[in-house]
Design a binder for this molecule. Sequence first.
Ligand SMILES: CC(C)(COP(=O)(O)OP(=O)(O)OC[C@H]1O[C@@H](n2cnc3c(N)ncnc32)[C@H](O)[C@@H]1OP(=O)(O)O)[C@@H](O)C(=O)NCCC(=O)NCCS
Length: 392
Amino acid sequence: MKIRQISAAERPASMFPLQAYAFTPSPWPPEEIERYRRRMRFFETAVNLVAEEDGETLAAVSAHRMRQNVRGLVHDMAGVASVAAHPSARRRGLVRALLTELLRQCRDEGCAVSSLYPFRPSFYAKFGFVGIPRQRITTFAPEGLSELLRVDLPGEVERLPMRDGFEAFDGLVRRLLPERHGFAFFDEARAAEFREDPVWVAVARSGGEVVGALRYKIDRHGGDLIGEELLCTGPLGRALLLEFLARHVDQLARIVLGVGTDDVPELWATDLSAVTEGKVDYPRDNAPMARVLNVPALAGSRVGSGAVTVEIVGDDLIGGVWRLAGEDGQLTVGAGGTPAATLTAAGFSALVYGVLDPVEVLTRGLGDVPAEAFGPLSALFPKQMPYLFADF
Ligand SMILES: CC(C)(COP(=O)(O)OP(=O)(O)OC[C@H]1O[C@@H](n2cnc3c(N)ncnc32)[C@H](O)[C@@H]1OP(=O)(O)O)[C@@H](O)C(=O)NCCC(=O)NCCS
């Protein structure tokens, strides 16, 4: 078996049959490959690795070049996707070899972190990934927002086809990136495909500045407005977008929106009856996972106070003994010392991403954390739920 990096132009012949078989209805219609070929200009910067035997591609993995905010620091991120093996080549270690190589290569090329959407978390747990929250979906009738129509807000909302609203939308996403923990987005090459999405974008502005944006579709008269995430710089952007949604009261039965774990739709209006749920059901409704690829690159992250030395075990990328301290709210990283706790890569990533506290790291089997280390580790890495945003 030989591992080879391939270009986007090689993906249709090499990776498409594996991906289409694994992730789409099949047999697929002949025009599907042509559609895939046309999309390849958006994959020029992706890292694609394939495992070949006798000239045949047996397995493949790839990584989108993305950026992610982890505790206030924006890192290059490997967004792992397109992981698939030919059915007759499964369980031979091919994807293990490919993923190991992919993560090492992405780390060497500057990615400090990686995220993905797993078909099954226990598979990626073997590669040091830990679960982070799934986006919630909230559903409510537009009547619930009617009180917002009586407020005169300083701003306006414009509804545009995505091709016309792309700059405003993309600009807002890039502005939010340094502000929101966990938030991740694609490089320009990959993001350009969204310009062609057949969706509306509602752009909220105040004083000429974009303060909110919502991508959405309407399924039918009297039906649903299906929105993606309601993105905003603060309460004014959200209120402007909600007021815009309230104007659909005669036209729609329901509004369906994506929200983060810290959004609380029942507080958006007094009489709002909303159902907010986070459905996780593998392999389709999957909560994302994330991991750290480079410990020294975390220096400068916004953390709590104190100092603690940890040993990360069983991981070629971040294994070792690390001295971690919070100085004026910023993480410093040194090597060596006497460890107060032993962590797996997933356990360490759980603390850095803020999804588990040290007691939960212990109970989840992601480290050997003595009781004396609970306090220092939770003071340095207070729990803080990340919101990934990007779907890939
Ligand atoms: C999931 C898939 C990519 C695994 O590829 P593979 O080449 O068979 O995986 P490997 O043989 O390298 O297995 C790597 C490790 O994962 C384990 N593993 C394999 N399939 C697994 C599964 N379905 N669930 C949990 N663990 C699994 C293996 O036992 C092995 O563990 P080990 O290294 O500790 O012994 C492959 O089965 C596939 O293409 N499935 C359909 C598409 C898919 O779901 N892709 C993932 C999208 S996120």
